[in-house]
Design a protein around this ligand. Structure first.
Ligand code: GAL
Length: 854
């Protein structure tokens, strides 16, 4: 046989082996068994799991529990239970499938398990992962056999406290089963880099376990949003360069995404294939002018978000997350900081298609712990893996524009604390086996900073050439030490100077950090309870008065006027004033968009969720939502508050947020209370001086009136050029009469932009949710602002996934069929049965029922 023939012959023999399986990725969420408890034998395939509970993932067992003062997570962690739980799933491998086990790979991928998970297949450990926010994948092929296979996952969240907020417990994100050929792309092995000129560089890493010496061809194809091929290239190297002429740019207003299909090809046949979402955009951060996207300069109006989904706990659901992002986007949010850990992958998919830029964050602590059992104990061994996995997983997203190596890590300061890194340790831990970091007199904590930044740069490399500069993702960290002596800043490795709070230091930034882009990585931390309006409203309250002092108030609430904040922070208006009028501050990430479970500053138990949100835990906007909407969007805003149910003669402060008008006038039962105009911008210094003296009548962001209450109605009218352009009326509500049900969000009807077909043409089937608000109203339909009726829900064609009312201190369970209204409102989350028509009924003692069909 000639050499050519021999090669051809080998090729023909190998093709069936290599093409036995193209990649198939399926959701592996359904049909798991669960028990809260722990025995080593639960890993064993023979363990009798017949009595275990049946459930589908994602799942969070803590959210099903009761709030208790004694729960070891503490109120800071949400006061819900922890413990150890086991999950098992039986996977049947047929004779036919078993016969392909030598030519096929089975990969089991977990998007997130909190925490300390160990995965066993047929009793054999296949992997362990301490960090509860990392995504990871195991090769389970060697352990599989014909017949019943048992996958067992131990989840250990018993060492508490280990978080400063509610973490959740369990396999709380999706699980995927992927099969590939023995010649396959590595996990997150395909990197796609683009620029605004339409250049695309694909770097692919693959592994060949087929035993063949044939080199595959790499092929990439770029498809536009209508799946039209706009570029294709193939070659035998691991890197391909493509070009899309006149690409649609990815922007906040028009987040146009392309798909890059990358294939490994042998003998003309595709052996493996992955699809990557990408977008073409240029961005840069400028020390003088701030953020630029595609040549447009604007502020990043961002919020920080934890991962919990309120009443659903940590259990991820696309609809619940999409509802959050939609509400934030409607407020004018264009940026999100995933605090303080890797987010669910689908969150980034949604930001890609919704037009929200992301600051992707890794850790809340490094070596020095913040709570007794937190990630600090795993940092030395795991940080490199966790950080590089985050970057590899997320680097292709057009929405991701910067990386954060940490939040308020205690390594910002020198300390004599026992857990500080010595120089010797630094060299051992950081340099052994890595590029040697230049220690040039740097403090070990600065060396650590450099090391972490380097891990990011190594995993998010850019192609050579200056045309790629505008795709460079900088490294930052949320720092609550604004002094240039901060050891993270001193490392020189921080590209973007990010202050957490300390807006009073903004004015010194150009002097202290010459040439460095700057932003408020975290800001505000104001405190508010939706619907609670203690009078008067014009005194600023710091709660507590010092960070280490207790704060008590029998209400367990905080005023919904923008006048209360934590000692390290400021009101919304004060911070926005500073950010808005500082051209070199490229934006802020407000703490927080939504309330979250845990960290109930300023209170302790029974408070168990935060007061920081612009939107409450149930999804009801607090009033300040409209301040941002009036500033950050072009939508017409006229928002008057509070309600109009007081004691006759009582003095009430009425506030109003508005835009697109010259003036507003307030009327009580037809009598004018005066015309107000928002004031011109005040110089920052002046603003700081005025701190603690809030101006009720008018600021740059709101106007107000102090009025005497009389039953009837209060009305605000907005005028532009002397003409009435909008008005809003609030009426005194009568006695509670009936319940009104309103669909707030129906996930079945909305395209989340993430449901593109998989490589094999199938679609992922996702659990949809419908959020329904229940309002207690009088006979004329006015919301009764003091109503707290217990509302009972029942549903046909669906199950109830959770209930909430936004209270930070209610100890009612989230997993229930009833909820007390708070200030007239509560809500229920309904999970419709596939294809079913749903009928939801709400009842309460003394009120007329309500039914809604959807
Ligand atoms: C910051 C911290 C956040 C949160 C916030 C509350 O210092 O980064 O995680 O704790 O304070 O104000």
């Amino acid at each position: 046989m000639s050499i050519m023939k021999k090669i051809l012959f080998t090729l023909l023999l190998l093709i069936p082996v290599l093409t036995a399986t193209a990649r198939q990725r399926q959701l592996f969420d359904a049909g798991w068994l669960f028990i809260l408890g722990d025995k080593p034998s639960m890993a064993s395939p023979d363990y009798n799991d017949a009595s275990w509970r049946h459930l589908n993932l994602p799942h969070d067992w803590a959210i099903e529990g009761d709030f208790r003062d004694g729960n070891p997570s503490g109120a800071g962690g949400g006061a819900l239970p922890g413990g150890i739980g086991w999950y098992r799933k039986h996977l049947t491998i047929s004779e036919e499938e078993a016969s392909t086990l030598k030519t096929k790979k089975y990969w089991l991928a977990f998007d997130g398990v909190y925490m300390n998970s160990t995965v066993y297949v047929n009793g054999k450990e296949v992997g362990h992962r301490p960090y509860g926010y990392s995504s990871f994948q195991y090769d389970i092929t060697p352990e599989l056999k014909v017949g019943d296979n048992v996958i067992a996952v131990k989840v250990d969240n018993s060492d508490q406290p280990n978080s400063r907020w509610y973490s959740g417990c369990g396999i709380y994100r999706h699980v995927w089963l992927t099969t590939t050929s023995t010649l396959h792309f590595d996990h997150w092995g395909v990197q796609v880099v683009t620029n605004a000129k339409g250049d695309v560089v694909v770097n692919a890493k693959y592994t060949d376990e087929s035993g063949s010496s044939l080199r595959p061809l790499l092929r990439s194809t770029v498809l536009d949003a209508s799946q039209r091929v706009v570029a294709t290239k193939e070659g035998s190297n691991a890197t391909l360069k493509l070009h899309v002429s006149r690409p649609h740019l990815w922007s906040i207003a028009n987040p146009y995404v392309y798909t890059v299909k990358t294939e490994l090809v042998i003998g003309g046949r595709t052996v493996d294939e992955v699809c990557t979402t990408t977008g073409f955009r240029s961005f840069r951060f400028d020390a003088k002018t701030g953020f630029w996207l595609n040549g447009r300069n604007f502020k990043l109006n961002g919020v920080c978000e934890h991962h919990d989904l309120g009443a659903l706990g940590a259990a991820f659901n696309e609809d619940a997350m999409h509802r959050k992002l939609t509400r934030l986007k409607e407020m004018g949010v264009n940026a999100l900081r995933c605090t303080h850990n890797p987010p669910a992958p689908e969150l980034l998919d949604m930001c890609d298609t919704m037009g929200i830029v992301v600051l992707d964050e890794s850790f809340d602590m490094w070596r020095r712990k913040k709570t007794k059992n937190d990630y600090a104990r795993f940092f030395d061994e795991w940080h490199e893996r966790d950080l590089s996995d985050l970057v590899k997983r997320d680097r292709n997203h057009p929405s991701v524009i910067a990386w954060s190596i940490g939040n308020e890590v205690l390594e910002q300061w020198t300390s004599t604390g026992s857990d500080e890194l010595t120089l010797e340790q630094a060299n051992m831990i950081l340099n052994a086996g890595h590029k040697v970091v230049n220690t040039d007199g740097l403090h070990p904590n600065s060396i650590l900073t450099k090391h972490l930044a380097q891990i990011i740069r190594d995993n998010d490399p850019l192609p050579e050439g200056k045309e790629w500069k505008t795709s460079f993702r900088p490294v930052t960290a949320g720092c609550n030490e604004p002094d240039p002596g901060n050891l993270l800043f001193k490392s020189g490795a921080i590209d973007l100077i990010g202050f957490n709070y300390h807006h009073q230091w903004i004015k010194d930034v150009p002097k202290n950090f010459p040439g460095k882009p700057f932003f408020m990585s975290e800001s505000v931390s104001a405190l508010m309870t939706r619907g609670y309006y203690p009078q008067p409203s014009d005194t600023i309250l710091m709660a507590p008065s010092r960070w280490d002092l207790p704060y008590t108030d029998p209400s367990m609430m905080c005023s919904a006027y923008d006048n209360t904040h934590a000692p390290w922070s400021a009101t919304h208006e004060e911070t926005w004033n500073a950010v808005k009028h500082t051209p070199y501050c490229f934006g802020q990430f407000i703490w927080t968009g939504f309330d979250y479970i845990g960290e109930p500053t300023p209170y302790g138990f029974p408070a168990r969720s935060s007061y920081f949100g612009i939107i409450d835990l149930a999804g009801f906007p607090k009033d300040v939502y409209y301040m941002y909407q009036s500033e950050w969007t072009k939508k017409d805003v006229l928002h008057l508050f509070p309600h109009w149910n007081w004691l006759p003669g009582q003095t009430v402060d009425m506030w109003c947020y508005y835009n697109n008008a010259d003036e507003v006038e307030l009327y009580v039962n037809g009598k004018s209370q005066g015309v107000r105009r928002k004031s011109a911008p005040e110089p920052q210094e002046e603003w700081y001086r005025l701190h603690n003296r809030l101006c009720l009548d008018s600021t740059e962001f709101h106007v107000g009136w102090r009025v005497k209450y009389e039953p009837g109605e209060v009305k605000v009218v907005a005028r532009k050029n002397g003409r009435v352009v909008r008005s809003e009326v609030i009426k005194t509500a009568g006695a509670p009469d009936h319940i009104r049900l309103v669909v707030d969000y129906d996930g079945r009807k909305l395209d989340k932009g993430i449901d593109r077909p998989m490589a094999d043409g199938s679609k992922v089937s996702r659990q949809h949710l419908v959020f329904v608000n229940a309002e207690v109203v009088d006979k004329d339909g006015n919301v009764c602002p003091d109503a707290d009726n217990q509302i009972f829900f029942s549903v046909d064609g669906a199950t109830i996934a959770g209930v909430d009312n936004g209270s930070e201190s209610s100890l009612e369970r989230f997993k229930a069929d009833n909820r007390r209204a708070m200030f007239g409102k509560c809500m229920v989350i309904v999970a419709p049965n596939e294809g079913a028509a749903v009928s939801l009924k709400a009842r309460a003692v003394g009120l007329h029922d309500a039914t809604i069909n959807f």
